[in-house]
Design a protein around this ligand. Structure first.
Ligand code: SF4
Length: 259
């Protein structure tokens, strides 16, 4: 399970140059990544221990369709055991595949900010932090300082009402927890986040109500699906869908030779 088309509604593919992690906040309690490693032990011989996969670095180069790629759905790129040199290699792949959009989501924004001056941030990289409860809104302050083109929040699993400062934040994803031991979410919390997004002009994406299964509670809020994305995604897709990746490079080279 190194990279797959995914059922996660706000992305197209997952890419896992590292797998494994350890729990650092209440949102991690029923970590789905850990559950997957337990369910498919043959695919994860190291279980949920942090593992680096250099052999996966080149994968996105072979995906020719412009896609939104969620980096490390099975891990956290800014985990303290991921060496800086490896993070630089991940960033280098992002640079060299400008037809994709990469979405990096972390619960470790302190390390992300600490390493920022070593990293070169491409325009096709979106950075996000998880904010599951009011105790973790401070993660947004670290994110705000990052030089990313798009900054986003994942409020999933949403565990309480959130009072957010959305200055500089482009996109907010909200979702309730799913699984046998799910912690119920109140729709009033979601509505309040949606209203704060409206106020600050951030795009709002409601992923799921949650329940015993991801689809148990559906996706409606006030009888409506909320699938907003940063406008930059539509522009990006339109631009790169007109450009046959690879073939375009050849024709560009040819033109230059003729000139
Ligand atoms: S940070 Fe993410 S991947 Fe790591 S334990 Fe928490 S929920 Fe799981």
């Amino acid at each position: 399970m190194s990279s797959v088309n995914t059922g996660i509604e706000w992305t197209d593919k997952t890419w896992n140059p590292t797998t494994g992690c350890n729990k650092i906040s209440p949102g991690c309690l029923h970590c789905y990544a850990e559950a997957i490693t337990q369910r498919f032990p043959k695919n994860f011989p190291n279980g949920f221990d942090l593992t680096i996969h250099p052999d996966r670095l080149a994968q996105p180069k072979s995906w020719r369709t412009p896609s939104r790629i969620f980096v490390n759905s099975m891990s956290d790129l800014f985990h303290e055991d991921v060496p800086l040199d490896f993070i630089c290699q991940v960033f280098s792949v992002i640079h060299s595949t400008p037809w994709h959009i990469y979405q990096i989501l972390t619960k470790r924004p302190e390390r992300m900010l600490e390493l920022a001056h070593h990293l070169n941030f491409p325009d096709n990289l979106w950075l996000g932090v998880s904010v599951e409860s009011q105790d973790y809104v401070k993660r947004i302050d670290y994110l705000r300082k990052m030089p990313a083109k798009v900054k986003f929040l994942s409020c999933e699993p949403l565990l309480g009402n959130l009072e957010l400062d959305l200055a500089g934040i482009d996109w907010v994803i909200v979702g309730g927890e799913s699984g046998q031991k799910y912690r119920p979410m109140e729709l009033e919390w979601v509505k309040y986040i949606r209203d704060q997004c409206k106020e600050s002009k951030a795009a709002f994406f409601f992923k799921q109500v949650g329940g015993r299964t991801p689809k148990a509670g559906g996706r409606l809020l006030d009888n409506q699906v909320w699938d907003e994305m940063p406008a930059i995604w539509t522009n990006h897709k339109e631009k790169w869908e007109k450009v046959p990746v690879g073939r375009n490079n050849k024709s560009t080279k040819k033109k230059k030779l003729i000139a």
